[in-house]
Design a protein around this ligand. Sequence first.
Ligand SMILES: *Cc1c(COP(=O)(O)O)cnc(C)c1O
Length: 383
Amino acid sequence: MKIETQLTQLGRDPAKQTGFVNGPIYRGSTVVYPTMDDLVNRRAEFTYGTAGTPTIRDLENAWTALTGGAGTVLSPSGLGAIALALLTTLKSGDHLLMPDSVYSPSRAFCDDFLQKMNVRTTYYDPLIKDEITELFADNTTVLFLESPGSQTFEVQDVPHLTALAHQHNITTIIDNTWATPLFFDAHRHGCDLSIEAGTKYLGGHSDLLLGLISANDAWFPKLRKTYDLFAMLPGAEDCFLALRGLRTLSIRVKEAEKRALAMANWLKTLPEVAKVLHPALPDCPGHEIWQRDFTGSTGLFSILLTPGFTQQNLAHMLDHMKIFSMGYSWGGFESLIIPFDCSTYRTATQWQTDALALRLQIGLEDVEDLKADLAAGFARLHA
Ligand SMILES: *Cc1c(COP(=O)(O)O)cnc(C)c1O
């Protein structure tokens, strides 16, 4: 069955839901057992709230089918999923490789918590190819990838890097949030574990927090064990909303793709815009890899302004936007814009500092309205 059809069917079974199309929200801690023998031997489909509920299981199974992994565990946030994947695959004394363009809270987790646990992190240029092997040490156990990179959208050569890692017995993890499994097949491209911040497109309405990790045969049992040890679960209602989001995920990401491309191509023509960092456009580092490996693009990209504007000009632009709001996260129905500056924290690569940079999330508003809002904003830049 095609993915669109699967999305309508995964994680629900009307015959077991008294005929209703969607399942109920199961909340609960205690599960009761009919006999002492069942209790003592924990003989039940669900044994306790932390071990899962039908609502959690439905979402896990749907995600497993969608990603082609061996199994999925959930987390209360995308960052929680990243932490859980790293805690599953690393131990004290290990060495970890992280792309310099990684989501910056992931970086904070490595530099603070993992460092205290005696795990050393080396950051690498996300566009690296064969030279990654020069960074492999005897104790390197995990290669982390995020493609495209947060804010700057470098597209990584995932199949090549994961193949080199596997030759050295190194486990590979990807943060696949931007593309979703619909536009990038992480496991088929060599990733052992794949993370999705369900907060973004799976939720799609800026009203939930959720993380998902799918893993291959080799890693799923260990991932599940770590998950059981921590018992950090998402709330039942967030899982229900994610299952609901699944039904429209395909049309929403395709619509985001169409709108973001229209906006990116228009922005390219403006005198205030020096560069558009969108994986589907040639200016984006790694664009040819996006063309080779991805089946689509989503609604988040960045632009670099032409030099000469000040922070004050930028504040004048952003403080008076009518449709674009300023705020973190993305993947909802509403358009967002934020300024960013990577030069303060990148360590393996040099981020150019002369141009002001903006990240845009294109929502479901009318594209001409969005253009007018930005055009008025660019006019304010000059004021
Ligand atoms: C937002 C985001 C996360 C974290 O998700 P939360 O649910 O907000 O914790 C992780 N990775 C990427 C690439 C993200 O954009």
